[in-house]
Design a binder for this molecule. Structure first.
Ligand code: SAH
Length: 352
């Protein structure tokens, strides 16, 4: 079985070159081709001898993810990509355009085992973790379309802190000056709120922005929405976030997906403001995207605006995330679902 070179950090490349009887500078050249220039074929590595390129080809491959579908939003230019992995699993990623540049939303797992009722990615449970190389490949392949990618959000399919080691390796490779050099400050990791892993992350020396899916002002409502809330109380999650801020100096974002009648009332806003009082944080209100099944309906924009006002009056920083790509299945996981239901399946060319 060949290995994905995009999954190799500098130390691993050194070791691989050493095992192949090559000098250390070859490893540095290889690293630059793989992580800085993100080439997808060995023949593009023009400063390596033909012989070395052939021997690399026998042992390794580059990326192993293939773009099999693409949908462009007419409303805001967001692009959703469908990628097939070497084992025929399928993931999706999104490219969004902001004032500050282009941002890529990366998936960290195939499926997810956190089971949030409103999220499409959780519906079939966890299939497998993505490797660091497979996460990088989403950024590299989307970058190869021509636009400069300045920001990355780990907010696609999966729970990143449930794939901790690979995600941290991915962030280190992505922010490496000798690679893509996307500063940790421009990387956001979104988690359903696993306190132990948040604490671990706070000690990694990575200045990434932490976004935590709070979605509720108290444990009772949170438990209705997110099974993970039965394992960890909001108190534990918020404590871990305080520690994250203390260690990294990065202001934590709390995501709040708003469901009509469930978590969007005045009393919920007041309670949330009370819980977050005095914290250096930021609340991001998101209107729930329906994922089929009528149980959960997104809040009205009026309710969302009122909710925001109450937080503001109570001096909590708050913004509303406008649905990006709303005309191209804004709800996470829907593009993949379409694919799995049969549309476009024959486009998939398997490889490796
Ligand atoms: N596992 C990570 C990433 C999930 S996706 C996490 O839980 O944070 C990123 C955000 O989108 C999360 O806040 C998630 O709760 C939210 N989300 C998922 N499905 C949604 C939907 N249908 N409508 C609105 N937000 C949704």
């Amino acid at each position: 079985m060949k290995a994905d070179l995009r999954d190799f950090d500098a130390g691993e490349m050194n070791q691989a070159m050493e095992e192949m009887g090559e000098k250390p500078f070859r490893a540095r050249q290889l690293y630059e081709w793989v992580h800085k220039k993100a080439v997808c074929r060995f023949e593009q590595m023009t400063n390596l001898s033909e012989n070395l390129r052939e021997r690399c080809e026998e042992r390794f491959f580059l990326g192993g993810i293939e773009m099999i579908g693409k949908q462009v939003s007419a409303a805001d230019g967001a692009v959703k990509y469908l990628f097939a992995l070497y084992d025929r699993n399928v993931i999706e990623s999104v490219r969004m355009q902001y004032k500050h540049g282009f941002s890529v939303c990366v998936s960290s797992q195939v499926g997810c085992r956190m089971g949030c009722g409103f999220c499409a990615s959780a519906k079939e449970g966890l299939v497998r973790n993505l490797s660091a190389g497979e996460m990088l490949s989403q950024v590299y392949e989307i970058g190869a379309e021509g636009e400069h990618i300045s920001h990355v959000v780990i907010m696609g399919m999966g729970e990143p802190l449930d794939n901790y080691d690979n995600v941290v390796k991915f962030i280190r490779l992505l922010s490496d000056e000798d690679g893509r050099n996307i500063s940790g400050r421009n990387i956001t990791l979104s988690t359903c709120g696993l306190p132990d892993e948040i604490l671990r992350l706070s000690k990694e020396g990575l200045p990434v922005t932490l976004a935590v899916s709070l979605h509720a002002p108290d444990d009772e409502i949170r438990k209705q929405m997110m099974p993970v809330a039965r394992r960890y109380s909001m108190e534990e999650v918020l404590k871990a976030c305080d520690e994250y801020f203390r260690c990294t100096g990065r202001r934590v974002t709390f995501e709040y997906s708003m469901i009509d009648g469930v978590n969007d009332k005045k009393e919920h806003a007041l309670l949330l403001a009370e819980r977050l009082k005095g914290k250096n944080c930021h609340v991001n209100c998101i209107r729930l995207n329906g994922i089929g099944g009528a149980k959960n309906v997104g809040s009205s924009w009026v309710n969302i605006e009122n909710f925001k006002k109450i937080l503001e009056i109570n001096r909590i920083n708050v913004t509303i995330r406008r649905g990006i790509g709303s005309d191209i299945d804004a709800a996470c996981g829907q593009l993949r679902k379409k694919y799995l239901n049969g549309e476009g399946k024959n486009q998939c060319r398997h490889f490796v």
